[in-house]
Design a protein around this ligand. Structure first.
Ligand SMILES: Nc1nc2c(ncn2[C@@H]2O[C@H](COP(=O)(O)OP(=O)(O)O)[C@@H](O)[C@H]2O)c(=O)[nH]1
Ligand SMILES: [Mg+2]
Ligand SMILES: [Zn+2]
Length: 291
């Protein structure tokens, strides 16, 4: 049979297939081959005559996130707050780059629209729709926008990421009351988070699953060449190959094909400003690498 690992405890894994789930043991073979099944893995498994389940095979992974380990994540919802905390769009852009690298399809969720000033969602959409990123407005408090969010989760393995206190747990609780995630203020949670190492767990949701985790370790982007950065911006994808100079950073070079996008609405000026900031950071990193 084929299924998806929801969670693992020791060498026992809960595997979901259709509406049912089984606890399966990973045989020593996995350890010998250096394979560790992780939540999200698609697996072949077998239920013996004795009713016991065994993992037979881990099917090829679409991607793998680390700390905590989760495989085959389809969607990342990047949650931002329309009120407080103030939106950290640098973090948002970095998360989008991670998505591009890991082949995860991202969407932006502007939560707390019940509190924020009017137009926050539209302003955010203006920055991110040129890159093809969907932007949703939600309120975990009033329920506004939750239907659309739920639709966007359908059939996918989804994760929620973003700053602390933007409402990730509140959104998941509103959508999936059975989850009962802890909701709270900043101080209480950082205290708790520091001392708990957590394994990820998948919860079946809307024909797919959500990963319950306070966050992942991000891939290290600091070793990236600044010339490659624009490859992680969908807005710049087509144009970046038409610049006069290969390795164009799209900042001061003549006959750059990317910069004109700023005038045609193909690239939002604020997203471009942050891009320039990241390029500077990477150039700085490169300098120190060869010191
Ligand atoms: N006004 C308003 N407050 C919210 C909303 N969603 C969450 N909150 C509040 O924001 C705080 C942080 O929420 P939480 O879900 O713990 O955020 P997390 O750290 O991202 O998981 C809590 O006090 C929530 O009650 C919302 O849509 N509107
Ligand atoms: Mg939370
Ligand atoms: Zn260029």
């Amino acid at each position: 049979m084929e299924g998806r690992i929801l969670k693992g405890v020791g060498s026992f894994y809960t595997v979901q297939s259709g509406e049912e789930s089984w606890v399966c043991k990973a045989r020593g073979r996995f350890r010998k081959e250096g394979l560790t099944p992780v939540p999200g893995d698609r697996v072949e498994f077998h239920i013996g005559d004795d009713g016991k389940g065994y993992l037979l095979e881990i099917l090829p992974r679409h991607n793998l996130l680390i700390r905590p380990a989760v495989a085959n994540v389809d969607k990342l919802f990047i949650v931002l707050s329309a009120s407080s905390p103030e939106m950290d769009l640098w973090l948002c852009d970095k998360l989008l780059m991670q998505c591009e690298l890991l082949s995860i399809s991202p969407a932006l969720v502007c939560n707390k629209i019940d509190e924020g000033p009017a137009g926050r969602v539209e302003a955010l959409a203006a920055q991110y729709t040129p890159g093809g990123y969907p932007v949703l407005g939600t309120s975990a408090r009033t329920g506004e926008g939750l239907q659309a969010l739920q639709e966007s989760m359908r059939g996918c393995v989804s994760c929620f990421a973003g700053q602390s206190a933007v409402g990730k747990s509140s959104l998941l609780n509103a959508l999936l009351p059975g989850l009962s995630l802890e909701v709270g203020d900043l101080s209480r949670k950082t205290e708790r988070g520091r001392h708990t190492t957590r394994h990820a767990e998948l919860f079946p949701a809307f024909g797919g699953a959500v990963v319950d985790t306070p966050g992942f370790s991000l891939l290290d982007l600091s070793a990236m060449e600044p010339e490659d950065l624009s490859g992680l911006y969908p807005e710049m994808q087509a144009a970046r190959h038409n610049c006069r100079f290969p390795g164009c950073l799209h900042i001061t070079e003549p006959d750059c094909a990317v910069k004109p996008l700023l005038d045609t609405g193909g690239l939002h000026p604020l997203r471009y400003e942050r891009y320039k900031g990241f390029v500077e950071e990477l150039k700085e990193m490169r300098k120190h690498r060869y010191d």
